[in-house]
Ligand binder design. Structure first.
Ligand SMILES: [Zn+2]
Length: 284
């Protein structure tokens, strides 16, 4: 169980363990040659590497804010084969280990609508697809919404309309722009890059700031500026935004909570002995 909770002032931040999946290493590392990245991560005979599904739960006062929801519980046979999921593991089960039910979540923040982040936003009950968090409002960047409804040919396979269209039909959706104040110190900031409407989440607490960069920096290896995923829609935007984030996260000692790293998702941005940014695990 890779679930980790960090207390910062009045905020409790939990990197949830909503399962794992296998993903093509080339798609994850883009232009970085395999001879380099295969020394960093184990790779299977189908060229796949393991990634975690690690949504962020923020508990503060009576608020229960969930940032991303993992793949959820609706898997096709094809998805099970491609991604190697354990279908028994999902965000609901992860919340259960903390004594929480989907009903307890008041806000769901979706950094973007790719299936590994938004798949768990809905669930199927009695043949109907409905919001999986019945008492929550769902926050999504408006540009991301429009792109997900009419994706370009390269992005189409990453979106499933059933993950998000039922949220609008149920009246649970709120669109946000480039920045949005979620309340209680939590804010969303558009980064673009991975997708045009991709957002990261910042948490301002009494004992410093935490950041959830989502797929701007999906694993510790992607802290290296040229490590850009092949699936990023606007790779040069990723570089600019990542540099800006790394500089600030390093200078201000932000707790950095990643979304896909099987070696550990909670740490800080440091500089290595060659002056390059690196990820150091937090002692938790
Ligand atoms: Zn992702």
């Amino acid at each position: 169980m890779r679930q980790v909770t960090v207390t910062m002032g009045a905020h409790e931040l939990t990197s949830l363990d909503a399962g794992e999946f296998l993903y093509d290493g080339g798609a994850m590392f883009g232009a970085v040659p395999k001879v380099i990245w295969e020394s960093l991560v184990p790779v299977d005979e189908q060229n796949r590497i393991q990634l975690t599904l690690s949504p962020l739960l923020i508990r503060v006062g009576s608020r229960r804010i969930l940032v991303d929801v993992g793949f959820g519980e609706r898997h096709t046979k094809r998805e099970l084969k491609i991604f190697g999921f354990d279908p028994a593991r999902n965000v609901e089960q992860a919340l259960g280990t903390l004594g929480l039910a989907p009903e307890d979540v008041d806000t769901v923040v979706l950094t973007h609508l790719h299936v590994d982040h938004a798949g768990g936003a809905t669930r199927e009950r009695g043949g109907t697809i409905e919001p999986a968090f019945p008492n929550a409002r769902y926050l999504v960047n408006e540009r991301e919404w429009n792109d997900a409804l009419a994706p370009d040919a390269r992005s189409a396979a990453a979106y499933r309309a059933d993950d998000f269209v039922p949220l609008e039909e149920a009246g649970r959706l709120e669109f946000v722009g480039d920045t949005h104040d979620v309340g209680d110190g939590v804010s969303m900031v558009r980064t673009g890059g991975h997708t045009a409407g991709h957002m990261m989440v910042l948490v301002a607490t009494d004992s410093g700031t935490a950041v959830y960069p989502a797929d701007l920096i999906p694993s510790r290896h992607h802290v290296r500026v040229p490590y850009i995923a092949g699936v990023d829609t606007f790779p040069l935007d990723v570089i600019g935004e990542k540099k800006r984030l790394l500089e600030e996260a390093h200078r201000e000692r932000w707790l950095t909570i990643l979304d896909h790293d099987p070696s550990g998702n909670v740490g800080r941005i440091v500089k290595d002995d060659r002056g390059r940014y690196a990820f150091r695990d937090e002692d938790v």
